[in-house]
Design a protein around this ligand. Structure first.
Ligand code: A3P
Length: 373
């Protein structure tokens, strides 16, 4: 009897032992997989942050290089300028990607399994000239996941014949998850551009800054007059025959303000959901609000906030801090935020009257009332 009890106990304890063993092995297995996963994700995010730091550092290192858009302060230089020429294979054109060349400075990145490459843009700032397009670009590119060509590339209006490979070469290097952006304000008013952008990528996101067309026309004129000493007065150019009765709709600064007319071309190719309209007036009064909308539209985390902006009383415009730490203040260059000449109040009133029906049409098309006077 004693022997049978002993045998029974032995059976029980060996079963418990077996169960304990299985539990132990399972625990060890799960803990190993968890640790391996954790290690891999930590090392990947370390690599990504190393690369970002390197790209940012390179961008800062070239801060003294000139850019084509005179409105940009020196530190806002084209990121394309810092990168070596890529040889980008023909096969990669279809995917819109060019690989980095063999420059030694990329060896470290390649060793880490990261391959920065140039991509055709996902997002374009297409206009409107003199509405705050440079401000928008400078503000949004504070975001670490946005990389932009610093100068206006004019691919879709002037250099289309050069092909997409040429265009891609003008784009900055990006890593996975970063958005490539380009701004050329004349795209909005060039008839062929909507179709060309559509052919590049029908999913392209389009940003459009608009401003009261009368102030925009004066701003446009002020810019032209700054380059030409003997320019006629605004009032002489904006109207036919010297009286204020007939508006000269062939004069560029007036013509561009008929936004509805140009928008009609764009919406033939792109749904409104792919277009974001930014108020030029609000971009000055409340830049953080407008940049918040842009980040949401682009599916980005809201990283650029009111902490990045301050109102510079001397300039009379918002300027920015390049980081949340508010370390490097930066205003747009002298060509942005010029003093406008005095314009006869009757001429302004007549222009307002002229634009009113076109503005209403634009509000109707966009579903936004910009409340221009
Ligand atoms: P003005 O120079 O007539 O004031 P764009 O970059 O499209 O050429 O637009 C230039 C306009 O951007 C300027 O026109 C100015 O009103 C506007 N703007 C908006 N935010 C600005 C900022 N933070 N600093 C300077 N100009 C700004």
């Amino acid at each position: 009897m004693y022997v049978s009890i002993w045998c029974h106990n032995l059976n029980l304890s060996s079963r418990s032992l077996a169960i304990a063993l299985v539990v132990c092995v399972t625990l060890v297995y799960f803990s190993y997989s968890f640790n391996a996963c954790l290690f891999e994700s930590i090392s990947r995010s370390l690599q990504q942050s190393n690369l970002r730091n390197l790209l940012t550092l390179q961008r800062r290192n070239v801060s003294s290089e000139p850019v084509k858009d005179a409105g940009t302060a020196p530190e806002a230089t084209s990121s394309t300028a810092i990168m070596p020429n890529s040889t980008g294979s023909a096969a990669s054109i279809g995917s819109g990607i060019a690989s980095v060349d063999g420059a030694p400075k990329y060896q470290m990145l390649r060793q880490q399994g990261l391959r920065p490459s140039r991509h055709l843009p996902d997002t374009l700032i297409i206009g409107v000239k003199k509405s705050g397009t440079r401000a928008l670009l400078e503000f949004i590119r504070l975001h670490p996941d946005v990389r932009a060509a610093g100068s206006e590339v004019h691919f879709f209006d002037r250099h289309y014949q050069r092909g997409l490979r040429w265009y891609r070469h003008h784009m900055p290097y990006t890593i996975e998850g970063q958005i490539t952006m380009e701004k050329t304000p004349s795209y909005f008013v060039t008839k062929e551009v909507p179709q060309r952008v559509y052919h590049m990528n029908p999913a392209t996101k389009l940003l459009i800054v608009v401003r009261d067309p009368v102030t925009r026309a004066i701003s446009d004129y002020t810019q032209a007059a700054s380059k030409k000493a003997d320019m006629k007065r605004f009032e002489q150019l904006a109207f036919v025959n010297g009286s204020y009765s007939v508006v000269d709709t062939n004069w560029g600064p007036v013509k561009i303000g008929v936004y509805a007319r140009y928008l009609e071309h764009w919406i033939l190719y792109f749904p409104l959901s792919q277009l974001l309209f930014i108020s030029g007036e609000r971009l000055i009064m409340d830049p953080a609000y407008e940049i918040g909308r842009v980040q949401d539209f682009l599916g980005l985390k809201r990283v650029v906030t009111e902490k990045h902006f301050y109102f510079n009383a001397t300039k009379g415009f918002p300027c920015l801090f390049k980081s949340e730490a508010r370390s490097t203040p930066h205003c747009l260059g002298k060509t942005k935020g010029r003093n406008h000449p005095h314009i006869d109040a009757n001429a302004i009133e007549r222009l307002r009257e002229f634009y009113r029906p076109f503005n209403n049409k634009f509000y109707q098309l966009t579903g936004i009332n910009f409340a221009w006077p």
